[in-house]
Design a protein around this ligand. Structure first.
Ligand SMILES: Nc1ncnc2c1ncn2[C@@H]1O[C@H](COP(=O)(O)OP(=O)(O)O)[C@@H](O)[C@H]1O
Ligand SMILES: [Mg+2]
Length: 370
């Protein structure tokens, strides 16, 4: 991984109760690059939260060294340190007797920003996180779980910290709201480029959110630290394989774009062409159908049966493809298009209906097993 290191853990261990002997985190080393999202994922009790809390010193390491932006966290004033690190947790921890606006303003007020600036920042954050103005005067218990979670994120972002620690931030909301929060957060991160450590026990959430995933075993042992695509393509060992679970191939297809693999040539004919041309195109590719393309525009498809008795392709009236994919579609979408279409291939078009080519099942399978 290239780029400059924002958070570095070197041989970090944490033993909570020395009498008990076993370390919650044992000899963990990991570098996190500026602007990336690293997701820590692993079974309950494997040391994810402990690892995260050592970064902002809510827990102090028993041994080892942690630096944030080049400075040893143990040599920094903890309050100062935490101002540069936004922290979002599952239970959110909003103060019940303070309004939403007051909750978001917590750190700016601690820093004694003037009232106008605080107000502006609260307005800006509610805008970014799509929190309705009307919510700002309410109290936390008057909000839905998803809204509260967004307030938690807004509060963590209040003084624009370069680092965010997020401990199962979307764990407490239902799956639909959760997906929306994830999408919204990905959009936000696209713009803000924070360095993020994100904890979850949900591998699908990890795959979706991460630039890199660290799969942890008991004692904070890293079993694999790699991009989601690499983890799905070549899990380092049985633990990772089991953790990633079933449908590894399909999950990987969802991460790959059509533009990343070679698009194939397919049978094409123009509407003015004689039937013979359509037949030749079908024979060449060994299909019983053919795309109809006029000046680069995809009109649809015809098959042998529909051409019967016609003189030109146009007479046969091309039928529209029920679905086609673009360079930006995922291979999973392409696969869906293949299995649901009569032609058994995915047709690739760009900029509206410009014909590009096709993707066959064989082509995509090759990608899964490579
Ligand atoms: N404050 C604490 N005191 C004693 N043991 C703790 C404390 N916090 C966590 N542990 C123990 O450390 C281990 C790792 O916990 P944690 O980091 O919370 O795991 P995770 O977040 O992966 O579920 C567990 O065995 C847990 O019981
Ligand atoms: Mg935890």
């Amino acid at each position: 991984m290239t780029g400059d290191v924002m958070i570095s853990l070197k041989n970090v261990s944490k033993v909570f109760d020395s009498a008990e002997g076993s370390a919650a985190v044992h000899d963990l080393s990991m570098d996190i690059v500026r602007g990336e999202t690293v997701v820590l994922v692993g079974p309950s009790g494997c040391g994810k939260t402990t690892t995260m809390k050592m970064i902002n010193r809510l827990v102090e390491p028993t041994s080892g060294e942690i630096t944030v932006n080049g400075t040893d966290v143990m040599k920094q004033d903890p309050v100062e340190l935490r101002r540069g690190i936004g922290y979002v947790i599952q239970s959110i921890g909003l103060m019940p007797h303070r309004t939403i606006a007051q909750n978001i303003a917590t750190v700016p007020e601690l820093l004694k920003w003037d009232a106008t600036k605080v107000k502006q920042r609260v307005a800006e954050l509610s805008d970014i996180l799509e929190l309705d103005e009307a919510l700002l005067g309410r109290y936390p218990n008057e909000l839905s779980g998803g809204q509260r979670q967004r307030v938690g994120v807004a509060r963590a972002l209040a003084v624009d910290p370069p680092v965010m620690l997020m401990d199962e931030p979307f764990g407490a909301v239902d799956p639909i709201v959760r997906e929306r929060l994830q999408d919204q957060f990905l959009d936000l991160q696209d713009r803000l480029k924070k360095t993020i450590v994100f904890v979850t026990h949900d591998i699908d959430e990890a795959i979706k959110m991460a630039d890199r995933i660290a799969i942890l075993n008991r004692g904070g042992v890293i079993e694999q630290f790699a991009s989601p695509e690499e983890i799905l393509r070549s899990p380092a060992n049985d633990f990772v394989k089991q953790f990633v679970g079933v449908e590894r191939g399909l999950k990987r297809l969802a991460l790959l774009k059509v533009s990343q693999i070679g698009i194939e040539e397919g049978p094409v004919v123009s509407p003015e062409a004689p039937i013979r041309d359509a037949e030749r195109a079908m024979e060449k590719f060994d299909y019983d159908w053919c795309s109809v393309v006029e000046d680069g525009e995809l009109l649809g498809w015809v098959d042998r049966e529909s051409l019967g008795g016609c003189l030109t392709v146009a007479e046969a009236q091309a039928r529209p493809f029920s679905a086609y994919v673009t360079h930006d579609s995922t291979l999973r979408e392409a696969l869906d298009s293949i299995v649901t279409s009569r032609t058994q291939v995915a047709v690739v078009a760009s900029g509206g209906q410009r014909y590009v080519g096709i993707l066959s099942l064989e082509r995509i399978s090759k990608e899964i097993i490579s």
